[in-house]
Design a protein around this ligand. Structure first.
Ligand SMILES: [Mg+2]
Length: 383
Protein backbone atom coordinates (compact mmCIF):
# COMPACT_ATOMS: atom_id res chain seq x y z
CA UNK A 1 0.00 0.00 0.00
CA UNK A 2 1.27 3.43 -0.86
CA UNK A 3 2.07 5.81 2.00
CA UNK A 4 -0.19 8.80 2.33
CA UNK A 5 1.37 12.20 3.19
CA UNK A 6 -0.05 11.83 6.70
CA UNK A 7 1.61 8.43 7.15
CA UNK A 8 4.94 9.91 6.03
CA UNK A 9 4.60 12.65 8.60
CA UNK A 10 3.83 10.13 11.32
CA UNK A 11 6.84 8.01 10.36
CA UNK A 12 9.20 10.97 10.64
CA UNK A 13 7.64 12.57 13.70
CA UNK A 14 9.97 10.51 15.82
CA UNK A 15 13.53 9.52 15.06
CA UNK A 16 15.27 6.20 15.61
CA UNK A 17 16.02 5.20 19.20
CA UNK A 18 19.58 5.24 20.51
CA UNK A 19 20.60 1.69 21.39
CA UNK A 20 24.36 1.87 21.96
CA UNK A 21 27.16 4.45 22.18
CA UNK A 22 30.77 3.52 21.48
CA UNK A 23 33.90 5.64 21.78
CA UNK A 24 36.88 4.74 19.63
CA UNK A 25 40.05 6.19 21.07
CA UNK A 26 42.64 6.50 18.33
CA UNK A 27 46.29 7.46 18.43
CA UNK A 28 48.56 8.32 15.54
CA UNK A 29 52.29 9.00 15.78
CA UNK A 30 53.26 12.22 14.07
CA UNK A 31 54.82 12.15 10.62
CA UNK A 32 56.23 15.64 11.00
CA UNK A 33 57.07 18.05 13.76
CA UNK A 34 54.27 19.97 15.49
CA UNK A 35 55.80 22.50 17.83
CA UNK A 36 53.65 25.39 18.93
CA UNK A 37 54.27 28.13 21.50
CA UNK A 38 53.33 25.77 24.31
CA UNK A 39 55.78 23.05 23.27
CA UNK A 40 55.70 20.03 21.00
CA UNK A 41 53.87 16.72 21.04
CA UNK A 42 54.52 13.31 19.55
CA UNK A 43 51.06 11.84 18.92
CA UNK A 44 47.57 12.95 17.92
CA UNK A 45 44.62 11.36 19.73
CA UNK A 46 40.96 11.48 18.76
CA UNK A 47 37.83 10.41 20.66
CA UNK A 48 35.53 9.25 17.85
CA UNK A 49 31.98 8.62 19.00
CA UNK A 50 29.68 6.17 17.27
CA UNK A 51 25.97 6.30 18.15
CA UNK A 52 23.90 3.24 17.15
CA UNK A 53 20.12 3.24 16.69
CA UNK A 54 17.35 0.67 16.40
CA UNK A 55 16.96 1.57 12.70
CA UNK A 56 20.47 0.32 11.99
CA UNK A 57 21.60 3.88 11.24
CA UNK A 58 24.86 4.84 12.90
CA UNK A 59 26.00 8.42 13.53
CA UNK A 60 29.53 9.73 13.98
CA UNK A 61 30.72 12.59 16.15
CA UNK A 62 33.80 13.71 18.01
CA UNK A 63 34.68 15.77 21.02
CA UNK A 64 37.98 17.57 21.06
CA UNK A 65 40.39 18.25 23.91
CA UNK A 66 41.60 15.44 26.14
CA UNK A 67 40.48 12.35 24.19
CA UNK A 68 40.80 9.92 27.11
CA UNK A 69 38.71 12.19 29.31
CA UNK A 70 36.06 12.63 26.61
CA UNK A 71 35.88 8.83 26.24
CA UNK A 72 35.37 8.34 29.98
CA UNK A 73 32.72 11.06 30.22
CA UNK A 74 30.77 9.70 27.24
CA UNK A 75 30.93 6.13 28.51
CA UNK A 76 30.13 6.78 32.17
CA UNK A 77 27.87 9.84 32.11
CA UNK A 78 26.26 10.52 28.75
CA UNK A 79 25.88 7.10 27.13
CA UNK A 80 23.85 5.51 29.98
CA UNK A 81 21.53 8.53 30.00
CA UNK A 82 20.81 8.59 26.24
CA UNK A 83 20.03 4.91 25.72
CA UNK A 84 16.40 4.62 24.64
CA UNK A 85 16.20 8.30 23.66
CA UNK A 86 15.03 9.72 20.31
CA UNK A 87 18.13 10.48 18.21
CA UNK A 88 16.22 13.27 16.38
CA UNK A 89 15.47 15.18 19.55
CA UNK A 90 18.45 17.50 19.74
CA UNK A 91 16.49 19.95 21.88
CA UNK A 92 15.99 17.32 24.58
CA UNK A 93 19.65 16.33 24.39
CA UNK A 94 20.74 19.94 24.81
CA UNK A 95 18.33 20.47 27.72
CA UNK A 96 19.59 17.37 29.51
CA UNK A 97 23.34 17.98 29.13
CA UNK A 98 23.77 21.69 28.38
CA UNK A 99 21.02 23.64 30.13
CA UNK A 100 19.85 21.57 33.12
CA UNK A 101 23.34 20.86 34.61
CA UNK A 102 24.27 24.57 34.64
CA UNK A 103 25.14 24.41 38.36
CA UNK A 104 27.81 21.82 37.60
CA UNK A 105 29.00 21.90 33.99
CA UNK A 106 29.42 25.22 32.23
CA UNK A 107 32.73 24.58 30.52
CA UNK A 108 35.23 21.76 30.14
CA UNK A 109 35.39 18.20 28.86
CA UNK A 110 31.73 17.40 29.60
CA UNK A 111 30.79 19.99 26.97
CA UNK A 112 33.24 18.37 24.53
CA UNK A 113 31.67 14.97 25.20
CA UNK A 114 28.17 16.38 24.70
CA UNK A 115 29.36 18.02 21.45
CA UNK A 116 30.35 14.59 20.13
CA UNK A 117 26.93 13.05 20.80
CA UNK A 118 25.10 16.06 19.39
CA UNK A 119 27.20 15.88 16.20
CA UNK A 120 26.45 12.16 15.85
CA UNK A 121 22.71 12.80 16.20
CA UNK A 122 22.85 15.29 13.29
CA UNK A 123 24.57 12.58 11.25
CA UNK A 124 21.80 10.12 12.16
CA UNK A 125 19.08 12.64 11.34
CA UNK A 126 20.57 13.42 7.94
CA UNK A 127 20.95 9.73 7.08
CA UNK A 128 17.43 8.88 8.27
CA UNK A 129 15.87 11.72 6.26
CA UNK A 130 18.16 11.17 3.25
CA UNK A 131 19.63 14.69 3.22
CA UNK A 132 23.08 16.14 3.84
CA UNK A 133 23.41 17.90 7.21
CA UNK A 134 23.68 21.34 5.59
CA UNK A 135 20.04 20.95 4.48
CA UNK A 136 19.00 20.45 8.12
CA UNK A 137 21.04 23.48 9.16
CA UNK A 138 19.31 25.89 6.77
CA UNK A 139 20.31 24.90 3.23
CA UNK A 140 23.22 25.22 0.88
CA UNK A 141 24.53 28.78 1.08
CA UNK A 142 27.97 27.87 -0.29
CA UNK A 143 29.22 24.51 -1.58
CA UNK A 144 32.86 25.47 -2.27
CA UNK A 145 34.55 26.53 0.93
CA UNK A 146 37.76 28.58 0.82
CA UNK A 147 40.25 26.58 2.85
CA UNK A 148 43.47 27.49 4.57
CA UNK A 149 46.25 25.18 5.67
CA UNK A 150 47.13 25.28 9.33
CA UNK A 151 50.42 23.46 9.26
CA UNK A 152 53.48 25.61 9.44
CA UNK A 153 55.07 24.96 12.85
CA UNK A 154 57.81 26.58 14.86
CA UNK A 155 61.21 25.07 14.13
CA UNK A 156 64.62 26.25 15.20
CA UNK A 157 65.83 26.03 11.61
CA UNK A 158 64.21 29.01 9.91
CA UNK A 159 64.89 27.56 6.46
CA UNK A 160 62.83 24.47 7.41
CA UNK A 161 59.92 26.71 8.45
CA UNK A 162 60.06 28.49 5.10
CA UNK A 163 60.31 25.18 3.20
CA UNK A 164 57.14 23.91 4.90
CA UNK A 165 55.29 27.07 3.89
CA UNK A 166 56.44 26.57 0.29
CA UNK A 167 55.24 22.92 0.40
CA UNK A 168 51.75 24.06 1.39
CA UNK A 169 51.60 26.83 -1.20
CA UNK A 170 52.42 24.20 -3.84
CA UNK A 171 49.27 22.27 -2.81
CA UNK A 172 47.16 25.16 -4.09
CA UNK A 173 46.32 26.90 -0.83
CA UNK A 174 45.89 30.66 -1.00
CA UNK A 175 45.96 31.04 2.78
CA UNK A 176 48.47 29.60 5.23
CA UNK A 177 48.65 29.70 9.01
CA UNK A 178 51.87 29.36 10.97
CA UNK A 179 52.19 28.46 14.65
CA UNK A 180 54.89 30.62 16.16
CA UNK A 181 55.65 32.12 19.57
CA UNK A 182 57.91 29.37 20.92
CA UNK A 183 60.52 32.13 20.94
CA UNK A 184 60.11 35.83 21.76
CA UNK A 185 58.42 38.27 19.38
CA UNK A 186 61.84 39.70 18.52
CA UNK A 187 63.30 36.29 17.67
CA UNK A 188 60.24 35.08 15.76
CA UNK A 189 60.20 38.16 13.55
CA UNK A 190 62.81 36.38 11.39
CA UNK A 191 60.41 33.44 11.02
CA UNK A 192 57.47 35.66 10.02
CA UNK A 193 59.72 37.36 7.46
CA UNK A 194 61.04 34.03 6.10
CA UNK A 195 57.52 32.64 5.65
CA UNK A 196 56.30 35.78 3.91
CA UNK A 197 59.30 35.74 1.57
CA UNK A 198 58.77 32.01 0.86
CA UNK A 199 55.10 32.33 -0.13
CA UNK A 200 55.23 35.76 -1.76
CA UNK A 201 52.83 38.68 -1.37
CA UNK A 202 49.69 37.10 -2.83
CA UNK A 203 49.06 34.31 -0.33
CA UNK A 204 47.31 35.25 2.89
CA UNK A 205 49.30 34.58 6.04
CA UNK A 206 48.02 34.13 9.59
CA UNK A 207 50.06 33.62 12.73
CA UNK A 208 48.73 31.52 15.63
CA UNK A 209 50.37 32.05 19.02
CA UNK A 210 48.33 29.33 20.79
CA UNK A 211 48.00 31.55 23.88
CA UNK A 212 51.77 31.74 24.27
CA UNK A 213 52.40 35.45 25.01
CA UNK A 214 51.43 37.89 27.72
CA UNK A 215 50.01 41.32 26.88
CA UNK A 216 53.38 43.07 26.80
CA UNK A 217 54.95 40.50 24.46
CA UNK A 218 51.85 40.45 22.25
CA UNK A 219 52.04 44.25 21.92
CA UNK A 220 55.64 43.86 20.79
CA UNK A 221 54.59 41.17 18.27
CA UNK A 222 51.87 43.23 16.59
CA UNK A 223 54.30 46.15 16.26
CA UNK A 224 57.15 44.05 14.81
CA UNK A 225 55.00 41.85 12.55
CA UNK A 226 52.69 44.52 11.10
CA UNK A 227 54.87 45.02 7.96
CA UNK A 228 54.27 41.39 6.86
CA UNK A 229 50.61 41.85 5.88
CA UNK A 230 49.09 39.33 8.32
CA UNK A 231 45.42 38.47 7.84
CA UNK A 232 45.10 37.82 11.57
CA UNK A 233 47.03 37.16 14.76
CA UNK A 234 45.38 34.20 16.50
CA UNK A 235 45.01 33.59 20.23
CA UNK A 236 47.94 35.74 21.33
CA UNK A 237 46.87 35.53 25.00
CA UNK A 238 45.48 32.92 27.40
CA UNK A 239 41.76 32.37 26.70
CA UNK A 240 40.56 33.88 29.99
CA UNK A 241 42.30 37.23 29.43
CA UNK A 242 39.33 38.77 27.65
CA UNK A 243 39.94 42.34 28.85
CA UNK A 244 43.62 42.17 27.91
CA UNK A 245 42.74 40.78 24.48
CA UNK A 246 40.31 43.65 23.90
CA UNK A 247 43.02 46.10 24.99
CA UNK A 248 45.50 44.52 22.55
CA UNK A 249 42.96 44.63 19.72
CA UNK A 250 42.19 48.32 20.29
CA UNK A 251 45.76 49.22 19.39
CA UNK A 252 46.72 46.35 17.07
CA UNK A 253 47.33 47.01 13.36
CA UNK A 254 46.79 43.24 12.84
CA UNK A 255 43.24 41.79 13.21
CA UNK A 256 42.77 39.52 16.24
CA UNK A 257 41.22 36.02 16.01
CA UNK A 258 40.37 33.81 19.00
CA UNK A 259 37.72 31.57 20.55
CA UNK A 260 38.85 27.97 19.99
CA UNK A 261 39.11 27.43 23.75
CA UNK A 262 35.79 29.05 24.62
CA UNK A 263 32.56 27.22 25.43
CA UNK A 264 28.89 27.88 24.70
CA UNK A 265 27.08 30.92 23.39
CA UNK A 266 27.57 32.73 26.72
CA UNK A 267 31.34 32.48 26.47
CA UNK A 268 31.32 34.09 23.03
CA UNK A 269 28.88 36.78 24.22
CA UNK A 270 31.57 37.90 26.69
CA UNK A 271 34.20 38.03 23.93
CA UNK A 272 31.96 40.04 21.59
CA UNK A 273 30.75 42.46 24.28
CA UNK A 274 34.34 43.15 25.30
CA UNK A 275 35.25 43.96 21.68
CA UNK A 276 37.99 41.33 21.80
CA UNK A 277 37.58 39.75 18.34
CA UNK A 278 37.94 40.56 14.66
CA UNK A 279 37.39 36.89 13.80
CA UNK A 280 35.53 34.35 16.01
CA UNK A 281 36.73 30.74 16.09
CA UNK A 282 34.21 28.43 17.83
CA UNK A 283 34.96 24.70 17.70
CA UNK A 284 31.89 22.49 17.13
CA UNK A 285 33.54 19.72 19.15
CA UNK A 286 33.95 21.98 22.16
CA UNK A 287 31.24 24.66 22.37
CA UNK A 288 28.32 22.21 22.69
CA UNK A 289 27.74 20.98 19.15
CA UNK A 290 26.47 22.16 15.76
CA UNK A 291 23.37 23.99 16.98
CA UNK A 292 25.33 25.87 19.63
CA UNK A 293 27.92 26.84 17.00
CA UNK A 294 25.24 28.08 14.64
CA UNK A 295 23.83 30.26 17.43
CA UNK A 296 27.33 31.62 18.09
CA UNK A 297 27.60 32.43 14.37
CA UNK A 298 24.28 34.32 14.54
CA UNK A 299 25.52 36.31 17.54
CA UNK A 300 28.81 37.00 15.76
CA UNK A 301 26.80 38.33 12.82
CA UNK A 302 24.94 40.70 15.14
CA UNK A 303 28.33 42.09 16.24
CA UNK A 304 29.60 42.27 12.65
CA UNK A 305 32.27 39.64 13.29
CA UNK A 306 33.05 36.92 10.69
CA UNK A 307 33.47 33.32 11.89
CA UNK A 308 36.25 30.95 10.94
CA UNK A 309 35.44 27.82 12.96
CA UNK A 310 38.34 26.13 14.70
CA UNK A 311 38.79 22.77 12.98
CA UNK A 312 41.84 20.87 14.03
CA UNK A 313 41.05 17.26 14.81
CA UNK A 314 39.87 14.26 12.77
CA UNK A 315 37.96 14.09 9.48
CA UNK A 316 34.71 13.88 11.44
CA UNK A 317 35.10 17.39 12.84
CA UNK A 318 36.18 18.52 9.37
CA UNK A 319 32.93 17.17 7.89
CA UNK A 320 30.76 18.78 10.59
CA UNK A 321 32.58 22.10 10.19
CA UNK A 322 32.14 22.07 6.42
CA UNK A 323 28.38 21.38 6.72
CA UNK A 324 28.02 24.20 9.23
CA UNK A 325 29.92 26.59 6.96
CA UNK A 326 27.91 25.53 3.91
CA UNK A 327 24.72 26.55 5.72
CA UNK A 328 25.95 29.61 7.63
CA UNK A 329 26.63 32.74 5.55
CA UNK A 330 28.93 34.64 7.94
CA UNK A 331 31.44 31.79 8.13
CA UNK A 332 34.54 31.95 6.01
CA UNK A 333 38.00 30.34 5.81
CA UNK A 334 37.86 26.62 6.52
CA UNK A 335 40.84 25.38 8.54
CA UNK A 336 42.47 22.25 7.09
CA UNK A 337 45.31 20.01 8.19
CA UNK A 338 47.76 18.99 5.46
CA UNK A 339 50.31 17.42 7.79
CA UNK A 340 49.13 13.81 7.57
CA UNK A 341 49.32 13.68 11.35
CA UNK A 342 45.57 13.39 11.97
CA UNK A 343 43.14 10.64 10.85
CA UNK A 344 41.59 12.89 8.33
CA UNK A 345 40.48 12.66 4.69
CA UNK A 346 40.40 8.86 4.97
CA UNK A 347 37.26 9.27 7.12
CA UNK A 348 35.36 11.16 4.40
CA UNK A 349 33.20 9.58 1.70
CA UNK A 350 33.68 10.01 -2.06
CA UNK A 351 31.40 13.06 -2.25
CA UNK A 352 34.10 15.49 -1.09
CA UNK A 353 36.48 17.25 -3.48
CA UNK A 354 39.46 19.45 -2.80
CA UNK A 355 40.83 21.61 -5.58
CA UNK A 356 42.81 24.86 -5.80
CA UNK A 357 42.35 25.70 -2.16
CA UNK A 358 38.59 25.02 -2.05
CA UNK A 359 36.77 22.09 -0.41
CA UNK A 360 33.46 21.10 -2.02
CA UNK A 361 30.98 19.72 0.50
CA UNK A 362 29.62 16.20 0.09
CA UNK A 363 25.92 15.99 -0.80
CA UNK A 364 25.51 12.49 0.61
CA UNK A 365 23.10 12.03 3.54
CA UNK A 366 24.32 13.00 7.00
CA UNK A 367 27.84 14.29 7.56
CA UNK A 368 29.44 12.43 4.63
CA UNK A 369 31.69 10.40 6.91
CA UNK A 370 32.48 6.82 6.06
CA UNK A 371 33.78 3.99 8.20
CA UNK A 372 36.81 2.28 6.76
CA UNK A 373 37.58 -0.53 9.18
CA UNK A 374 41.23 -0.73 8.13
CA UNK A 375 41.77 2.93 8.91
CA UNK A 376 40.31 2.75 12.40
CA UNK A 377 41.88 -0.61 13.27
CA UNK A 378 45.32 0.73 12.50
CA UNK A 379 45.09 3.49 15.08
CA UNK A 380 42.67 2.13 17.66
CA UNK A 381 43.93 2.22 21.22
CA UNK A 382 42.96 -0.96 23.08
CA UNK A 383 40.44 -0.31 25.88
MG1 LIG B 1 44.55 28.18 16.99
Amino acid sequence: MMSTPNAMTALQAKGPTITKVEVLLTRKHLKSTMRISRGGFKTRQHALVKVHTDSGIVGWGEGIGNASLVKTIVETYIAPAVLGKDAFNLVALRKQFLHDPVYFERKGSVLCALSAIEMACWDIKGKALGVPCYQLLGGLGQSRLPAYASDVYWEKDIKAVAANARRIAALGYKMIKAHLGFASADEDTARVRAIREAIGPDIKLMIDLNAGYDLMEARRAVKLWAPYDLTWLEEPLAPDLIGALAELRRHSPIPIAAGENEFQLHGFKQLFEAGALDVAMPDIGRVGGLLETQQICALAGAFGVPVSPHNFSSGILLAATAHLMAATPNTTWLEMDTSGNAIYLELLDEGWHFENGFLTVSASPGLGVTERAKVLDEYLVAA
